[in-house]
Design a protein around this ligand. Sequence first.
Ligand code: KG4
Ligand code: ZN
Length: 361
Amino acid sequence: MRVLGIETSCDETAASVVGLREGAAPEILSNVVLSQIEEHAAFGGVVPEIAARAHVEALDGIIEAALADSDISLAEIDAIAATAGPGLVGGLIVGLMTAKAIAAATGKPLIAVNHLEGHALTARLTDGLDFPYLLLLVSGGHTQIVLVRGVGDYQRWATTIDDALGEAFDKTAKMLGLPYPGGPNVEKTAANGDAKRFAFPRPMKGEARPDFSFSGLKTAVRQAATAIAPLSEQDVADICASFQAAVSDALGDRVRRSLVRFREEYPDVKTPALVVAGGVAANREIRSTLETLCAGHGFSFIAPPHVLCTDNAAMIAWAGIERIRAGLVEPGAMDFVPRSRWPLDSISAPMIGSGRRGAKA
Ligand code: KG4
Ligand code: ZN
């Protein structure tokens, strides 16, 4: 089985072909990602209209490149999977309509994929992980812990009550005058700083509910920076290091609750796993905090390669394969409309104010 995946939910235009042969491990036959970072950098964040236009201009060529790289013609593809939400609606329309056009022209099935499901199932593509497991998704638009019980079967255990973690990194960077995207620059700058200089709060630490919060930390950073302005290079480095330490500490405390809950609910799972996904998963300090935490609780820690942690189309193609195998794809169905909001777990109530508007997933 070979599936073409298309991803356009935020500022990456991506296409990929993933194949699965009976009895063999899945194979990523191509994985093309075009980042729009330069188009948006001048504005300090993603501009939805610019993103949608850039997707229109790039997508055909990216799909052609993904097919060429995989050495597979469109005729040999079994289905077309595209991100149908959540994300910026302009980009979603571009990707989903392109997928529908290809599906209609070739007579192949269309699979409308939830972007978060793509992140959630990536560890099965890379590591062949069995259900159930825990997913920690930490990106620019999401901070969630999700119980992954099966394809299409998810339960959100924790989410942010205000900012997403990537957003907290990006806003901190902006406040300190570091360039966009903020996360990698905060990490780089923190390497030269003193993490003990500022005692920033660890939001929610010790609370029984498992959710996340980062906006108070952001405010504390602003107050500290204002109090000692103008900032020297060393001040900026010390703030970054202290911020990163606070984030890692708070995150570890929050994730711990869900590890304990998993143990209680699944005492028979011998080697439970925590999978991490999203751009923030690239952060070394956060990774090492999570690694230590998992080791202490007997969990294996699975971090897919960086290119598969951040937005890509291989995860969308793979989610398509998983949905076909699970019998969840209706042949000929073309009526799916893009959804800017599309929670993985439709039962847990949305958290008021969670995630940023026009969220990047
Ligand atoms: O998954 P991603 O590429 O896009 C989505 O949000 O879907 O994540 C981007 C986010 C941005 O907020 C970026 O600042 C953050 O991930 N990020 C990092 C690092 N690299 C990317 N945050 C902290 N440390 C990093 N090294
Ligand atoms: Zn994403």
